[in-house]
Design a protein around this ligand. Structure first.
Ligand SMILES: Nc1nc2c(c(=O)[nH]1)N[C@H]1C(S)=C(S)[C@@H](COP(=O)(O)OP(=O)(O)OC[C@H]3O[C@@H](n4cnc5c(=O)[nH]c(N)nc54)[C@H](O)[C@@H]3O)O[C@H]1N2
Ligand SMILES: Nc1nc2c(c(=O)[nH]1)N[C@H]1C(S)=C(S)[C@@H](COP(=O)(O)OP(=O)(O)OC[C@H]3O[C@@H](n4cnc5c(=O)[nH]c(N)nc54)[C@H](O)[C@@H]3O)O[C@H]1N2
Ligand SMILES: [Mo]
Length: 665
């Protein structure tokens, strides 16, 4: 018999949002995952971690039944018992402390709308729970991009083939966005030059024509240095600017303060290299910038993104196929959020809690204090900053904890009830993407294992037990998809459930050249160049910042993503864990501390100390150390502060001062 093939969509939090072909045997068991060759960006291949995703689906440690914590450990209970007990406890807390004492906590464990921001949102809105500001990843960059462009749109990833100059800025394409890489390879085959700006010599940086390594969090100064040279040498596109931009004079004033010599002192990149890069970028055409999220995980990150996003407007790069900038495509997915999430169900607008400040929320927040947390699509005990405080919160005996999970994560271990969740291969969902413009629908390819249920089913069932009688709590998956697609946005015109059932993946109606003729959506309708807000002072927690003055923690720590991991999702895999246990030091820093390659070390600052194995190599410059994130258990986030970004309320994972000392095995 010919094996059956199902079409699915990878739901991991990744720009590529791949279309996946699932081979099934006669018993309906999946035997293989492949990239869909018919999908315009997946192009027939998957990353290494998703190629092996079936190991996760069929892993012996998959959670298969609801569990309840008892003094003797976790005990298996029925769904009825678990849901009844959870509903009763939430009702009591809502009655005694007010519903804002209940906090939902979720991020992008799945990028599906239904399981990520569907029935769950309806449930918490109706309950009147605290609302979660989902800042942990991209909110600073989104705020910066919105200030500049007024829209979270960018170059179609496929159009990078047309570029003749590609600037990859704070992005590790080969680790976190591999489906972008073939388009860059093709452009280079046709003569394009590739420059990477990254404090770390990543694999992507090592393969570039040129690698510039600024000090962490100094990108705003670098961008202003580049703008200085472009304006000084009159390399701007005056015609484009006259028609599609405002605020040039104030940008000119700001950039005047950042001559290459000053930018060099602030960023650690030699002045002549700044001059050279500015000229190369501004005179090449088409010139593409692939901006990653690395830049915006720092104290000046939001405004750095804003300044970088001005470059293609300044040079008129947006006019050309393969010119412009890509940070995200997510702004094109203008679904009907109100219909999907139903904020109108709130009894009154509830308070908002910033997810990046979870440690404080669980240990310091008052009026009311958080008395219950319901976690799904996230592993905050591992991934949130200031881990000691987050853990102290989860260890509170008076905090009622519900965790919906596929595996027994750090967070799940703390739970009063653990509920088993399906994977993307086992439930229906509608998917957006942040690295391409395809909307996708995936139906279950596999039956759920054990008693696992989708988030949608779980919140539907909880709503029933709470006595929520609104019709939306009885919506089927199809009802919810139709509600989401029922949007006045021209981008979604003609995209229906029926078409998605047939085609699986449909490109939104976004122009291939989104800003060639203006089309910016900032308040002025133009690209906002004004430089007033683009003031640069070094991040507090950086080598030139206030926190470095006493010299106690002289090293800047970056904890970017691991190629084989997905934040903490694969933290149960030994090889991912082993990678995240390494810390790279420059030979000078290692020698000064008597640290040999392979030695056990402690990385520490005022927030705590974490053990790693030292790697002494050329991955970083002196003064910078690097680890990959995020492993389970005590990890790098113990060292990270809860300080927020300049705009967008994001975390500052990549502005972190530490020192390193040898330790015994
Ligand atoms: N394999 C894999 N893929 C993933 C993920 C994963 O964990 N593993 N995570 C997914 C998620 S949640 C996201 S948000 C995306 C993010 O994907 P990326 O945008 O690639 O994000 P990061 O790995 O955070 O950072 C990218 C690069 O920025 C660099 N960087 C750090 N600080 C600075 C700085 O101050 N300036 C500059 N110029 N560069 C800096 C880092 O060294 C890193 O190489 O990837 C997604 N894809
Ligand atoms: N030091 C440091 N910390 C970081 C980062 C960093 O670069 N450095 N990156 C930050 C970034 S960019 C992000 S986005 C966050 C990510 O942090 P999280 O959003 O917590 O992401 P993951 O660690 O991947 O955890 C997702 C969890 O969701 C579960 N899951 C997946 N699908 C489903 C489902 O359908 N239902 C349910 N109930 N659960 C599901 C998975 O099993 C997994 O445990 O981490 C942040 N933390
Ligand atoms: Mo992220």
């Amino acid at each position: 018999m010919v094996p059956k093939t199902a079409i699915s969509t990878c739901a991991l939090d990744c720009p590529d949002a791949c279309s996946v072909l699932v081979t099934l045997d006669a018993d309906g068991r999946a035997t293989r995952l492949r990239g869909n060759p018919a999908h315009p960006t997946t192009q027939g291949f998957l990353c290494a971690k998703v190629t092996r995703y079936l190991d996760r689906v069929y892993h012996p440690d998959r959670l298969l039944h609801p569990l309840k914590r008892t003094s003797a450990g976790f005990e298996r209970v029925s769904w009825n018992e678990a849901l009844d007990a959870i509903a009763a406890r939430l009702q009591t807390i809502a009655a005694e402390d007010g519903p804002e004492a209940i906090l939902p906590y979720s991020y992008a464990g799945t990028m599906g709308y239904l399981n990520g921001s569907g029935m769950d949102r309806r449930f918490f809105h109706r309950l009147g729970a605290s609302r979660l500001d989902r800042t942990i990843c991209a909110s600073a960059g989104a705020a910066g991009l919105m200030e500049a462009q007024g829209a979270r749109l960018g170059i179609d990833p496929r159009d990078f083939v047309h570029a003749r100059f590609i600037l990859v800025w704070g992005a590790n394409i080969l680790a976190t966005n591999v489906h972008q890489w073939p388009f860059i390879v093709e452009a280079r085959r046709q003569g394009a030059k590739l420059v990477v700006i990254d404090p770390v010599r990543t694999k992507t940086a090592a393969l570039a024509d040129q690698h510039l390594a600024p000090y962490p969090g100094s990108d705003l100064a670098l961008a202003l240095g580049l703008i200085h040279v472009i304006l000084r040498d009159a390399l701007e596109d005056q015609e484009y600017l006259a028609r599609h931009a405002t605020g040039l004079d104030s940008l000119r004033e700001r950039a005047a303060q950042f001559p290459p010599a000053r930018a060099a002192q602030l960023t650690g990149i030699p002045a002549h290299e700044i001059e050279q890069l500015a000229r190369a970028y501004a005179t090449a055409s088409p010139a593409a910038i692939r901006l990653g999220y690395g830049v915006q995980r720092s104290e000046r990150g939001g405004r750095a993104v804003r300044a970088i996003a001005l470059l293609p407007a300044l040079t008129g790069a947006w006019r050309h196929a393969g010119g412009g900038l890509l940070l995200t495509t997510s702004g094109a997915f203008e679904i009907n959020r109100d219909a999907l999430e139903r904020p109108d169900l709130q009894p009154q607008p509830a308070r908002v809690v910033n997810m990046s400040l979870l440690g404080d929320a669980l240990t310091r927040l008052d009026n009311p204090p958080v008395k219950a947390i319901v976690v799904y699509n996230s592993n905050p005990a591992a991934i949130a900053p200031d881990q000691a405080r987050v853990r102290a919160g989860f260890e509170r005996e008076d905090l009622f904890k519900v965790v919906i999970e596929q595996f027994m994560t750090d967070t799940a271990r703390h739970a009063d009830f653990v509920l088993p969740a399906t994977t993307f291969l086992e439930h229906t969902d509608l998917y957006f993407a942040y690295g391409h413009y395809e909307m996708q629908l995936a139906r279950p390819a596999l039956a759920p294992p054990g008693e696992a249920r989708s988030n949608v089913e779980i919140f539907r069932a909880l709503a029933r037990r709470m006595g929520f009688t609104e019709a939306c709590f009885a919506d089927s998956d199809e009802d919810m998809i139709r509600a989401a697609l029922d949007s006045p946005s021209p981008y979604l015109e003609g995209i229906t459930l029926e078409r998605l059932e047939r085609e699986h993946s449909i490109r939104l109606n976004v122009a291939r050249l989104p800003f060639a003729e203006g089309g910016f959506r900032a308040a002025s309708g133009k690209c906002d160049l004004s430089g007033d807000a683009l003031e640069y002072t070094p991040p507090v927690e950086s080598r030139l910042g206030e926190a470095a003055r006493d010299g106690r923690y002289p090293l800047e720590l970056i904890s970017h993503k691991s190629a084989d991991g997905m934040n903490s999702t694969f933290g149960n895999r030994a090889e991912v864990d082993a990678q995240c246990a390494l810390i790279d030091l420059h030979p000078e820093d290692a020698a000064a501390r008597n640290i040999a390659d392979g030695a056990p070390v402690e990385v520490f600052n005022g927030r705590g100390a974490v053990r790693f194995t030292a790697r002494v190599n050329g991955a970083v410059r002196p003064g910078v150390v690097r680890t990959r994130s995020v492993r389970w258990g005590q990890n790098v986030n113990l060292l990270i502060s809860q300080r927020l970004t300049d705009i967008g309320g994001g975390p500052t994972f990549y502005n972190c001062l530490v020192d390193v000392r040898p330790c015994s095995e």
